[in-house]
Design a binder for this molecule. Structure first.
Ligand SMILES: Cc1cc2nc3c(=O)[nH]c(=O)nc-3n(C[C@H](O)[C@H](O)[C@H](O)COP(=O)(O)OP(=O)(O)OC[C@H]3O[C@@H](n4cnc5c(N)ncnc54)[C@H](O)[C@@H]3O)c2cc1C
Length: 737
């Protein structure tokens, strides 16, 4: 008989290690016994497990006090206590990175043979746990099996029996090779006596092994573990409805095409969003509590730029839909309708598709190749386009007769102005609208070289106009904004970039008048202070009395907002997500994008375009494909995660164009990532990624992995809750009853 005592800590899987070795020995025809000794210990407490194997039946049910060999899972446990009773000449297999020679000459182990294997590193390498909590038992099973002279095939069959695949098997194999013994004593290379030919070996689990019987707990366990994926914060917040966790998991597995396929289920503009989305998901990423959020935006860009995926299209339908407006909302609506089989005609007043993504957002943030790449994929679905067609009230009416439905996604066409005592366009075009300035800049149709430029506003248009003026050679550029940085609606990173590029921002400053001063203009401004909250939830700016001052300049760019132009819709039309606009006898008109929501981001427009397309589809098919947004209670925030289980992963830097190189150039500023390593930083919050931690830590072995399923044997589960408390991502919870 060989008796082995295993020393580990609660949760390290020492009992499972004993059972794996027992199963392998049993495969080779021996009687075996494997069991653990622990009571109420939770993770971390020292625990023992025992393994007996013999060619004869085993009748001794006692703990092992005089083992032939020891296995030590945690090197910090090594102490005289654990050597107690070890027979002289027995081996001690240690999980440690040091070679056995390190222990040579140490008096207290002189009578024994030392074997070491760096099971922790091997485990981490194969994705078993983290550096902080490596799951070493399967690697040590490989090493111990080698010392016992077991046949590797028997070990692998034992793994199969326990449902251990992938990293566990690789770790066992590597440890089998890597285990080292003192003074290089030869390791057993030959297998134990060969298996009896044709004699079927019953598995340890199916057969009577001599181990204490499992105790049925079904009647007295008063709570049960449930495994249920919850909502990751990134998925919850994404206005486009993207499965952010899902595409990151695909990238983590190295599958860029699959990642793109997942994104294209919801958004047809990944290369665009991967550049200009404000990154709501990144603002809520739980990884931010560790070393910084996952750079989801750059990873989406990578998938959009480098992936290849076919978009599934349903069988053709007879209904025809006109989509008016080819910005992100219209493009998204057209894409989803075409995928559902509708015959779609996309109509726009402009001569090119893209809306503000083409005419507003400058190319140093969104190169046109990226926009065109996404648009090409959309048009490949067979969408007809009619460009250079402005739709007014009468033409919309005609469309409601020609088509079965109309999706109106015309954005915000009314520009808000400021009365500065001069008409827009007067003073030789020295006061211009931001949107018009940006469109002129992109067409190379405006000169500001050598000018002192002042931009009024705090949104993306203001910041983009300022940064564009800087690139066009303005002598100086300053933004005046009536609130503080905190209230600025512009994307914060863009504001940082503006500062870096030398643009000054005067906060709490509001212009009141423009006047001429020779060749120059004088912009009179007043200082502001913040008062009570207004309807927008921000503190209202109030004039500081007698605070007027003048700023000399050559040009003022107004970027103070846009509003919806409802003149094309029937008079008095109310816009809602749930009801189309009534076109008096014609086809229904569904509003979408900024026209409907004024949310002001590409991502929100994409989500809204899709949502309205799916609602339109419900009207024609009765099929409800849009989903109600998940509720906050289902979201796994950082406080529900076991953040301490995760290894540190510093963010992978994105290449950025040097400040000096931005001066006279519209080259793209952010250059993206050179690979997909960053995806490995995703914590997979609330979504089981089969880390097997629960299986490993279950003290009773009643949790098994079957393929991508985890099966709880509730008849034998005592409801201790270890699986739930060890689950790193809040996927397992305990349910009373
Ligand atoms: C300068 C600037 C920078 C921005 N930067 C960002 C950013 O970095 N990130 C971000 O997420 N969002 C940004 N935004 C906001 C974002 O561009 C908009 O929220 C988004 O484009 C709205 O999409 P939409 O489809 O509703 O409308 P739009 O993009 O405005 O598209 C409307 C389309 O309808 C067409 N149209 C209008 N009226 C008619 C008509 N009567 N007949 C026919 N066609 C018509 C227009 O030509 C246009 O193509 C920025 C906006 C601006 C102005």
């Amino acid at each position: 008989m060989i008796e082995i005592r295993i020393h580990g800590r609660g949760g390290q899987g020492g009992v499972t290690l004993a059972k794996i070795l027992a199963a392998a020995e049993h495969r080779e025809g021996r009687s075996v016994q494997a069991f653990g000794v622990y009571a109420a210990e939770r993770s971390g407490a020292p625990v023992q497990a025992f393994l007996r194997c013999d060619d004869e039946p085993i009748h001794n049910p006692n703990q092992i006090y005089e083992p032939d060999h020891l296995v030590v899972l945690d090197p910090t446990l090594i102490s005289p206590v654990i050597l107690s009773g070890l027979k002289p000449g027995g081996w001690i297999l240690l999980n440690c990175e040091k070679p056995p020679a390190h222990y040579a000459g140490q008096e207290r182990v002189a009578a024994f043979r030392i074997a070491t294997v760096d099971a922790a590193s091997i485990a981490v390498k194969h994705g078993l746990g983290s550096r902080a909590v490596p799951i070493v038992n399967t690697a040590l099973a490989g090493a111990a099996a080698r010392l016992l002279g077991l046949n590797m095939d028997s070990v692998l069959a034992a793994f199969e029996e326990f449902g251990f695949h992938g990293g566990n098997v690789l770790a066992a194999r590597e440890a089998w090779e890597a285990v080292r013994t003192q003074q290089q004593e030869p390791l057993p290379g030959e297998p134990h006596p060969p298996l009896q030919p044709h004699r079927r070996q019953a598995g340890l689990i199916e057969g009577n092994t001599g181990a204490p019987p499992l105790i049925q707990t079904g009647q007295w366990a008063n709570q049960q573990p449930i495994r249920e994926n919850a909502t990751p914060p990134c998925n919850f917040i994404c206005p486009a409805g993207n499965d952010v966790q899902g595409f990151l998991a695909a990238l983590n597995g190295g599958d860029v095409d699959r990642a793109l396929g997942i994104l294209l289920e919801t958004s047809p503009l990944p290369s665009v969003c991967g550049r200009v989305c404000p990154g709501f998901c990144m603002q809520q990423c739980n990884r931010a509590q560790l070393e910084g959020p996952v750079n989801v935006r750059a990873l989406e860009r990578y998938a959009g730029d480098h992936g290849a995926a076919r978009v599934a299209v349903a069988a053709p339908r007879s209904e025809r839909v006109a989509v008016v407006g080819a910005g992100p909302a219209g493009l998204s609506g057209a894409y989803h309708l075409a995928r559902l089989g509708y015959r779609v005609t996309l109509i726009d007043a402009a001569t090119e598709l893209g809306g503000l993504m083409r005419t507003g957002i400058p190319v140093y943030r969104l190169p046109r190749q990226a926009l065109d790449l996404d648009i090409k994929r959309i048009l490949e679905l067979g969408i007809e386009t009619r460009l250079d067609r402005r739709i007014d009230h009468q033409r919309l009416k005609a469309l409601t007769r020609e088509f079965d439905a109309v999706l109106a996604a015309t954005g915000l066409q009314r520009l808000t102005s400021l009365d500065l005592g001069t008409d827009l366009g007067s003073g030789e075009g020295r006061v211009v609208q931001g949107i018009e300035f940006l469109d002129q800049a992109r067409r190379n149709d405006i000169q500001v070289s050598g000018e002192d430029v002042i931009v009024v506003g705090g949104g993306n248009t203001a910041v983009d106009a300022a940064r564009s003026a800087h690139r066009l050679g303005a002598a100086s550029v300053r933004i005046v904004y009536r609130r503080t940085r905190q209230e600025m609606p512009a994307i914060p990173e863009e504001v940082d970039d503006a500062f870096d590029e030398g643009i000054a921002i005067d906060f709490l400053c509001s212009p009141v008048r423009i006047s001429r001063d020779g060749d120059k203009r004088l912009l009179t401004c007043e200082r502001m202070e913040l008062g009570e909250q207004d309807d927008s939830g921000r503190r209202r700016p109030m004039v500081v009395p007698n605070s007027a001052f003048e700023l000399p300049c050559d040009r003022v760019i107004l970027a103070v907002g846009q509003a919806a132009d409802l003149s094309l819709l029937p008079a008095g039309a109310t816009l809602s997500r749930t009801q189309p606009v009534d076109s008096s006898g014609g086809a229904p008109v569904y509003p979408a994008g900024d026209l409907l929501t004024n949310e002001g981001t590409v991502t929100a427009a994409i989500g809204c375009g899709r949502d309205m397309a799916l609602r339109l589809h419900e009207r024609f098919s009765g099929e409800k494909l849009y989903r109600e947004p998940p509720t906050e209670d289902s979201v796994v925030r950082a406080d529900r995660m076991r953040l301490q289980h995760f290894e540190a992963h510093v963010p992978h830097p994105e290449e950025v164009l040097a400040i000096a190189a931005r001066e006279a150039s519209f080259s793209e500023v952010r250059r993206g990532l050179d690979g997909i390593e960053e995806a490995r930083r995703c914590l997979s919050c609330g979504v089981c990624n089969l880390c097997d931690r629960c299986v490993t830590y279950c003290p009773d072995g009643v949790l098994k992995r079957e393929g991508s399923d985890l099966v709880f044997d509730y008849d034998y589960c005592k409801g201790c809750g270890v699986c739930a408390s060890e689950c790193s991502r809040a996927v397992i919870y305990m349910k009373a009853g």
